[in-house]
Design a binder for this molecule. Structure first.
Ligand SMILES: C[S@@+](CC[C@H](N)C(=O)[O-])C[C@H]1O[C@@H](n2cnc3c(N)ncnc32)[C@H](O)[C@@H]1O
Length: 322
């Protein structure tokens, strides 16, 4: 069964965020959450299949191998929420493991309506699992979920795919604290984190030779054209990925190939670029396995268990709210 609750972020908010990001002094920026419209969500699914982007396969292997154990370590009357579920393919292993013990509810929380619909289709037929989707930002969705739980229920929150890496380190900890405030003692968070590896390997994961990641990134400008009537000429921008050693993150940017001015009527603005100027669109911070338990401690959790993939350094971390 799948039902849906939605508070759609408006075109007005998108216009405001585009305006703020492209008029800020210094580095121009666009929030990475806007990469995921219908086209972006479809392109992201293709990225997960690329030989260079091994994160999803590592995450999947860990869930497939350890889902039973993860669920066994948690209390009964378990409900499952997922922040930024995407298509939810990997989540099947967790839901099937829970449903072998008890009936459950699954709450995917997504701002991409296309991803949410794909997720509901992907996971809608698992016996003993009822789906209630929330088309909302992470914390709003999680508050909605928490508000419907009974006293005796417990929540397992999934935040997979190393999406936490899209926050800078300080914001990631603040976000985890916010998540903790919504949870109750004993609730759990399963956090997927991509681990540090050679710079060359990390960069390839965000700059594949097929050009799918470039299309994913450039689609953000195409989305601004579609939704805000802008006149970005996509050929005049190129995708770049670079490693920032201080931040320990891979940064995706869009670089203007020439001096140019773009009009964005629905954001009531024009924006000029000098040749070589970039727009920062996404960061993917990498972690060391050891720092994770400290992060748990500092954000109101303890790290009860950690599993690391042997083929591609990636950790699944089971945090429990203390
Ligand atoms: C990197 S993808 C990961 C998808 C999936 N969890 C996985 O591991 O493959 C991030 C997902 O989070 C969603 N998302 C991004 N920002 C969000 C926000 N602020 N609130 C809710 N969902 C968000 C995107 O639409 C996208 O589907």
């Amino acid at each position: 069964m799948a039902t849906r609750t939605s508070t759609i972020s408006t075109a007005l908010q998108f216009a405001e965020d585009v305006r703020a990001g492209l008029t800020r002094a210094g580095q121009k920026e666009l929030p990475s959450k806007y990469l995921y419209d219908e086209v972006g969500s479809a392109l992201f699914e293709v990225i997960t299949l690329l030989p260079e982007y091994c994160l999803t396969r590592a995450d999947t292997r860990l869930l497939q191998k350890h889902a039973e154990e993860i669920v066994r370590r948690l209390p009964s009357n378990l409900h499952v929420a997922e922040l930024g579920s995407g298509s939810g393919k990997k989540t099947r292993y967790i839901l099937e493991a829970v449903s072998r013990i008890q009936p459950t509810f699954y709450y995917p929380i997504e701002i991409s309506p296309a991803a949410l619909a794909a997720c509901e289709k992907e996971l809608g037929q698992i016996d003993m699992v009822s789906i209630v989707g929330y088309e909302q930002p992470y914390l709003d969705g999680l508050r909605s979920v928490a508000g419907r739980l009974r006293k005796e229920d417990h929540l397992l929150v999934l935040f997979l795919g190393s999406t936490i890496g899209n926050f800078d380190r300080e914001a990631a900890e603040e976000f985890l604290r916010d998540v903790r405030r919504i949870l109750r003692f004993g609730d759990a968070l399963l956090l997927g984190t991509d681990l540090e590896k050679s710079v060359e390997t990390q960069l390839l994961a965000y700059d594949d030779p097929t050009g799918v990641t470039a299309a994913f990134n450039l689609n953000l400008l195409a989305r601004i054209n579609r939704e805000l009537d802008a006149d970005f000429v996509l050929e005049q921008f190129e995708h770049i990925a670079r490693f920032n050693p201080e931040a320990r993150s891979v940064e995706m940017r869009l670089r203007s190939r020439q001096e140019q001015t773009v009009t964005i009527p629905r954001a009531e603005m024009t924006v000029s670029f000098v040749a070589g100027e970039t727009i920062w669109t996404e960061s993917s911070h990498k972690y060391s396995a050891k720092e994770i338990s400290q992060i748990a401690k500092e954000t109101g959790f303890f790290c009860k268990a950690q599993w690391i993939d042997q083929e591609w350094p990636f950790a699944e971390n089971l945090f429990v709210a203390k």
